[in-house]
Write a protein that binds this ligand. Structure first.
Ligand code: AMP
Length: 208
């Protein structure tokens, strides 16, 4: 394993980024930085950032680059990111990737590949917990979190209309990052169609 591991997770909404990110961060002891989680926490707390972000998130659109770039730059400057971090949901545009390259090196960009029809099913059946765990109704039939016991919920932006917009945004604005990281030699593809455990093993093999 490289000593400092700065990771970016790429993949369409529903590819399994959050699920795999949680496991990778547990195994390697690096912080899990999800811009979506940070934005949702701000919405819940009613901060000015949250109020602004909500207008975009509710429509399935991206929050403006300058807002998320500032947020990530500040977070990566914190002490716990010194020996590595995992970015989940950032960068999502070429502008974000360029900005990130100015304040940090990326060890690997792990791209979790899935088919688009699979993604719709995964998102529609996804249930979240406030502790960060996520479940799918096809394999989990309780409404309470296995880890902390809280009641699970469906994200507002996981509902059908917003999902379509998010997928379009992904294709247009985020998918080009695959070529971007490939050209830098940092891209590693994993087959996200496999089961959760197998995908994790494939990622762990890359990370060493
Ligand atoms: P996620 O939890 O990563 O699916 O993010 C949920 C929503 O938060 C996205 O659909 C965007 O509206 C917003 N968001 C999260 N990360 C970013 C980002 N890097 N750039 C812009 N918007 C973001």
């Amino acid at each position: 394993m490289k000593t400092v591991m700065n990771l970016v997770f790429l993949g369409a909404p529903g590819a399994g980024k959050g699920t795999q990110a949680t496991r990778v961060c547990d195994r390697y002891g690096i912080p899990h930085i999800s811009t979506g989680d940070i934005l949702r926490a701000n919405i819940k707390a009613g901060t000015p950032l949250g109020v602004e972000a909500k207008t975009y998130i509710d429509k399935g659109l991206l929050v403006p680059d300058d807002v998320v770039i500032g947020l990530v730059e500040q977070r990566l400057g914190e002490e716990d990111c010194k020996n590595g971090y995992l970015l989940d949901g950032f960068p999502r545009t070429l502008e974000q990737a360029e900005a990130l390259s100015k304040f940090s090196d990326i060890t690997y960009a792990i791209n979790i590949q899935v088919d688009s029809d699979m993604v719709i099913d995964r998102i529609a059946g996804r249930r979240m917990c406030k502790c960060g765990e996520s479940y799918h109704i096809s394999w989990y039939n309780s409404d309470k979190c296995q880890k902390c016991g809280s009641v699970l919920y469906q994200r507002d932006d996981d509902k059908e209309d917003t999902v379509k917009a998010r997928l379009e945004v992904y294709e247009k604005q985020t998918a080009p990052l695959i070529d971007y990281y490939n050209s830098k030699g940092a891209l590693r593809n994993v087959d996200g169609k496999k089961g959760m455990e197998e995908v994790f093993e494939d990622i762990a093999e890359i990370l060493g």
